[in-house]
Design a protein around this ligand. Sequence first.
Ligand SMILES: [Zn+2]
Length: 163
Amino acid sequence: MLNVYLIPFVSLFRDQGAAETRSFSTRGFPGLPDDDYALFESYCPDPECDCRRVMLNVMGRHQGKEYLASISFGFDRAAELAGPFLDNLNPQSRYALSLLEAVEQILADPAYVARLESHYRMVKQAAADSSHPVQTVLKRWRSDAPSNVGSRQKRKKKQSRRR
Ligand SMILES: [Zn+2]
């Protein structure tokens, strides 16, 4: 699950995303700078795919705009790849392992996991509903996704040949 194939929850549901994005502060956590960390959720927006996962992208308030860790977590806890684990398709910072430890503690909170699962359902329902207002965001996202880059380049080539 590469981040570029996933859509940030906040880009679909701005207000709710801002209100319900989990954050935590560290003081003397082993291996981590003291900071406020936010867990930005990304979900697979393919309505045909029931992957039942979330990607948690960790950002530190005082550590720039790069993700410090991308953590994959599945809602089917008995599944082989349930996680949480550091997603090796995405770049990880030197703090990633310590962040994984911190996030494991947060994921022990059933209320938080239930919230993630309800966000997942919101994304899938919106993606499946052609009249949902987030469809415009999804359409833009799909046309920017790397899987479509090839066909877009081909289209461009055709256009330039016609000129
Ligand atoms: Zn999926």
